[in-house]
Design a protein around this ligand. Sequence first.
Ligand SMILES: [Fe+2]
Length: 157
Amino acid sequence: MAESVYKIIELSGTSKTDIEGAIQSAISKASETIRNLKWFEVVETRGVIENDRIAYWQVTLKLGFNVGSDERTGKEKVPEAKEQTGKQGTVKKESQAKEGAKTGASKYRCKVCGYIYDPEKGDPSQEIKPGTPFEELPDSWKCPECGVNKEQFEKID
Ligand SMILES: [Fe+2]
């Protein structure tokens, strides 16, 4: 019998209208990069008041998702971008790792939340183009799931 292991992350969603909307916004955002979201738990509910009115709701959630199998791959069919011709316009930092081969670049996993950086996909949420090796990410890059920096990532094959 298969046993399930869950990774748990915590994040906050906001909504101007209601608590449910705040929860849904957090879940929707997480689902962009995490597959197998299974449950949530409301940790904290807050509201911001402006001019004696509710300006927006902020709900902090714990989200659980299955880990153990790499089912993340295959969610989106992103066109392969191994063959890059010419330099793309928005490299934010002069790279010291240009000699590294573009093909066969390794994936890296966030040790905190389990997010996997796939160089073939890049990270559209931070304007990282497909085909960008992990080593060439700017130092300012953060885990799109939990916000930790590059040092919290480990190489996987
Ligand atoms: Fe993370």
